[in-house]
Design a protein. Structure first.
Length: 315
C-alpha cells in the first residue's frame, strides 16, 4: 500500500512539475523577448520574481517537490524517481494547449513510448527483490555526491561555449543532475531518521544543507535553460537525467539494488532506454522543434512588407 501511495503521489507531482515548468518557461521568454540573450540577467530574474504567473509556476513546482519528497519516505529511489518522467508528456500536452498546437502522430507515438517505458521500468523496480539491508556509508555517500556535483559543474561550464539549443539542453542536464542528487539526499535523510538518528545531528544537517544547495543551484540552471530553449526539452532532460542519477545513487551509495538479478537489471536498462527514446522523439517532433525560429519569421515578415522595387523599376 505504501508503494502504491508513493506512485500516486509522484504521478500527481509530475503533473504539477509540468504545469509549473510550462508557466515559468512562458514568462521567462516574455521577460527575455527583447534581448534574446543566452542567459538571464539579475534584473530579469528580479522581474520574474514580481511576475504573478511565474510565481504561480514556482508554487506548483514547490508543491510537486513536496509530494515527491513525501513519496520518497514511502518507497525506494528506484520506484519513485522513474515515475517523474510522466512530466514529459504532460508538458507537451500542456504546451500544445497553451500555444494552440495540434499534436502530430509522431508526438503521440513519442508520448506513449515514454509512458510504456516508465510503466515497464516501474513494474520491474517494484517486483524485483532488494537486498533488504540499506547501508549508510558516510564516506561512500560523500564520494558519490562529489562525483555527481563535479559532472554537473563540467556540463554547466561547457554550456557557455555551446550554441543556443545545445546550451539549453546542457544547462537542463546540469540542473537535472543536481535535482537527482537532491532527491537522493532527501531519501538518505529519511533513512537516517528511520535509523534513530536525531533530526539535529551533524550528519542530518550536512545532508539537508547539501540538498538545499543542489536544489537552489539546480533551479538557477533550469531558469537559464528556459531562456534559450523549449519547455518540453527542459522537462525532458530533467525527467530522464534526474531518475538516472537518483537511481544510480541508490544502487551505489545505499545498496538498494544488491538483491536484483541480472535479468531485472537488464529489464530496467531496456525500459529506461525506451522511455529515453520517447523523450528524444518528443524533443524532435514537437511543433516548436519543427517551426523556424522567431528571428527568421521576423526577417521573412520584414521582407514581405517591403515594396517590390525591382517590379516597380520594370514597370
Amino acid at each position: 500500500m505504501t508503494t502504491l501511495l508513493s506512485v500516486v503521489l509522484v504521478a500527481l507531482a509530475s503533473f504539477g512539475l509540468a504545469a509549473g515548468t510550462v508557466l515559468q518557461h512562458k514568462r521567462v521568454n516574455s521577460v527575455n523577448s527583447t534581448r534574446r540573450t543566452k542567459s538571464l540577467t539579475m534584473k530579469q530574474l528580479g522581474a520574474l520574481l514580481r511576475d504573478i504567473r511565474w510565481v504561480l509556476g514556482l508554487v506548483l513546482i514547490v508543491a510537486s517537490t513536496g509530494l515527491h519528497i513525501l513519496a520518497l519516505s514511502f518507497a525506494p529511489l528506484s520506484v519513485v524517481q522513474p515515475i517523474g518522467i510522466l512530466a514529459v508528456p504532460w508538458s507537451v500536452l500542456l504546451a500544445m494547449k497553451i500555444y494552440g498546437h495540434q499534436p502530430s502522430t509522431a508526438v503521440w507515438i513519442s508520448v506513449f513510448t515514454t509512458i510504456a517505458g516508465v510503466v515497464g521500468f516501474t513494474l520491474i523496480a517494484v517486483r524485483a527483490p532488494g537486498s533488504g539491508t540499506i547501508e549508510l556509508d558516510a564516506g561512500l555517500i560523500g564520494v558519490v555526491f562529489a562525483v555527481g556535483c563535479g559532472i554537473a559543474a563540467c556540463v554547466g561550464t561547457l554550456s557557455s561555449v555551446a550554441g543556443r539549443a545545445s546550451r539549453s539542453l546542457m544547462l537542463a542536464v546540469s540542473g537535472a543532475i543536481l535535482f537527482g542528487l537532491t532527491s537522493a539526499l532527501m531519501r538518505t535523510l529519511f533513512l537516517l531518521w528511520q535509523s534513530d538518528t536525531t533530526v539535529f545531528s551533524a550528519s542530518a544537517f550536512a545532508i539537508a544543507l547539501g540538498a538545499l544547495g543542489t536544489s537552489v543551484v539546480g533551479g538557477w540552471l533550469v531558469q537559464q535553460a528556459h531562456a534559450s530553449g523549449q519547455a518540453e526539452v527542459v522537462v525532458g532532460a530533467l525527467t530522464t537525467i534526474d531518475p538516472v542519477v537518483a537511481v544510480a545513487y541508490g544502487l551505489i551509495a545505499l545498496n538498494e539494488g544488491a538483491g536484483m538479478s541480472s535479468i531485472a537489471m537488464l529489464g530496467l536498462t531496456s525500459f529506461g532506454a525506451i522511455a529515453a527514446l520517447g523523450v528524444v522523439g518528443l524533443s524532435r517532433y514537437h511543433p516548436n522543434a519543427q517551426r523556424p525560429s522567431s528571428s527568421l519569421h521576423r526577417r521573412l515578415a520584414s521582407l514581405a512588407d517591403k515594396p517590390d522595387v525591382v517590379g516597380q523599376d520594370r514597370r
